[in-house]
Write a protein that binds this ligand. Structure first.
Ligand code: FEO
Length: 388
C-alpha cells in the first residue's frame, strides 16, 4: 500500500475502512477512512494517525516514502482513538519523535490513554517550524471533544481539519472533484447532524477562527478532502451551525396495528397540502442517524408512538434519546399516536421533544383504537393550522 501524493512533499498515508457500518450508533453505510498525512520537510511531520487495527496500513504507506524512524513530529489534532489509536505503534518506530497536542486537554487525554511520552503541549496561536514550512494550531474545543484542534500550514495554504468538514465515506479517491459531489455533501451533512449538531456555538467559534486563513486545501480526518468545493462546505457549516432551517417536515413513528401509521400518513399529506414537503419515516425501516440528518435542516418534526405496556415504543424511545443528545433547538414539533386504553405514550413523546429543545406547536394528537374519517379530518385541519 503506497502513500498518495497530495502535492510536493505532502502525502496521504491513512487507511480506508471499507467495512465500518456503525460509529457509536451512527450507521455508516458507506464505510469511512482515517486520514493521516506526512509532510516531508527538514523535520518530517506526521499529522494524526489511524484507528489501531489499521496501524499496519499506516506504517506501510509511510514506509513507501521514508523509514518511519525519520519522523520528527507527530501532530495529534484529536485524542479520539480513530485518530490517535496507532500512536504507540508509530512511536515504537520513531522513538525520538515529539508528539504535538493541545493544552490542557490533548495532553491530559493522550497521557491517560498512552502514558508518559515525549509530548509538547501547544496553545492557540503557537507555531512550529518544520523547515521550509510552519504549522500553526487553532483549538476547536468541543468540535467535538475538549481537546480538538486543527493545524494550518500558511506556506501551503493547507488546513488539516481532523473531524471538521469530514464524512464517513470510504473512497479510493481523496478529493471532492474526483467523487460524486452530491454524495459527499449528503455524507458531510449526515456527519454534521450525527456528530456536531449539538455543538453549533462551538462550530461558529471555529468558523470565525478559520475565517482569516487563506485556504486552498482542507485535508480532512475522515472521507473526502476539499479543494474545488471549499466555499460550499464552509457555507453549509455556516448554515448548519446557525440552525438555518428549511420549510420541511419530518414525520417519524412506530405502529403496532397501523393506526398510528394511518395518523402519520395523514400528517404527511396535511403538511404536503400546506406546501411543506414532508418525509415519512417508519422507524422500523429507517435508522435514527438518517432521520436526524433530515431533522438537521427541517423546521417541523412530528413524532408518533402507540402505547405499549404504559410506555412509548422502545424504538421511538431510542430515537428520542438520540435526538435529545443532539439537541436540535427550535423545531416546531408535536406528538401523536393511537392507543387502546391508557394512552400514556403521547405525553411521554411530547416531554421528550421538549427535552430535546423543540417548541411544541400543536396539542398532543391522541386517537383511541382505530382512527375514524372524522378524526383524520380533524387531524388534517390541526396540522394545517400550525403557524408557519
Ligand atoms: Fe474522528 Fe472525534 O474522531
Amino acid at each position: 500500500m503506497d502513500a498518495v501524493r497530495i502535492r510536493d512533499d505532502i502525502y496521504w498515508v491513512g487507511a480506508i475502512d471499507w467495512s465500518m457500518r456503525n460509529f457509536h450508533g451512527y450507521e455508516t453505510g458507506r464505510g469511512s477512512s482515517y486520514n493521516a498525512y506526512l509532510i516531508l520537510d527538514e523535520h518530517v511531520t506526521l499529522i494524526d494517525t489511524v484507528k489501531e487495527p489499521f496501524a499496519g496500513e499506516l506504517i506501510e504507506r509511510i514506509s513507501s516514502l521514508i523509514d518511519p524512524e525519520k519522523i520528527d513530529y507527530i501532530v495529534s489534532n484529536h485524542v479520539e482513538p480513530d485518530h490517535s489509536g496507532s500512536l504507540l505503534k508509530i512511536l515504537a518506530l520513531c522513538p525520538n519523535a515529539t508528539v504535538i497536542t493541545s493544552l490542557p486537554n490533548g495532553l491530559k487525554g493522550l497521557t491517560a490513554r498512552y502514558g508518559e511520552q515525549a509530548y509538547k503541549g501547544i496553545k492557540a496561536g503557537d507555531t512550529l517550524s518544520i523547515g521550509h514550512r510552519t504549522l500553526s494550531f487553532v483549538p476547536t474545543p468541543m468540535l467535538h471533544w475538549p481537546d480538538s484542534m486543527v493545524t494550518y500550514c500558511p506556506e501551503e495554504k493547507v488546513l488539516f481539519s481532523n473531524d471538521a468538514f469530514g464524512q464517513h465515506l470510504a473512497s479510493g479517491q481523496r478529493f471532492d472533484d474526483e467523487n460524486d459531489i452530491d454524495l459527499i455533501l449528503f455524507e458531510a451533512k449526515k456527519y454534521y447532524a450525527n456528530i456536531l449538531m449539538l455543538y453549533g456555538r462551538q462550530a461558529q467559534a471555529a468558523l470565525k477562527a478559520l475565517a482569516g486563513l487563506d485556504i486552498e486545501l482542507i485535508l480532512t480526518g475522515h472521507g473526502i478532502s476539499w479543494r474545488s468545493h471549499i466555499k460550499d462546505i464552509l457555507s453549509l457549516y455556516q448554515k448548519w451551525s446557525t440552525n438555518e432551517l428549511e420549510d420541511r417536515a419530518v414525520v417519524v413513528f412506530d405502529s403496532m396495528w397501523h393506526a398510528t401509521e394511518t395518523m402519520a400518513r395523514t400528517i404527511v399529506e396535511a403538511f404536503n397540502a400546506k406546501g411543506i414537503p414532508a418525509a415519512f419515516y417508519d422507524i422500523k425501516a429507517n435508522h435514527n442517524s438518517d432521520i436526524v440528518t433530515d431533522v438537521l435542516t427541517s423546521k417541523y418534526l412530528a413524532v408518533g408512538s402507540p402505547t405499549l405496556n404504559n410506555d412509548m415504543m422502545p424504538s421511538i424511545a431510542s430515537f428520542l434519546c438520540y435526538l435529545r443528545g443532539l439537541s436540535p433547538k427550535g423545531r416546531k414539533a408535536f406528538a401523536f399516536g393511537s392507543y387502546g386504553w391508557g394512552g400514556q405514550s403521547i405525553a411521554q413523546v411530547e416531554e421528550q421533544l421538549k427535552a430535546a429543545g423543540c417548541d411544541i406547536v400543536l396539542e398532543k394528537q391522541r386517537i383511541a383504537n382505530v382512527p375514524t374519517k372524522a378524526q383524520l379530518a380533524a387531524l388534517t385541519e390541526a396540522v394545517q393550522q400550525i403557524d408557519e
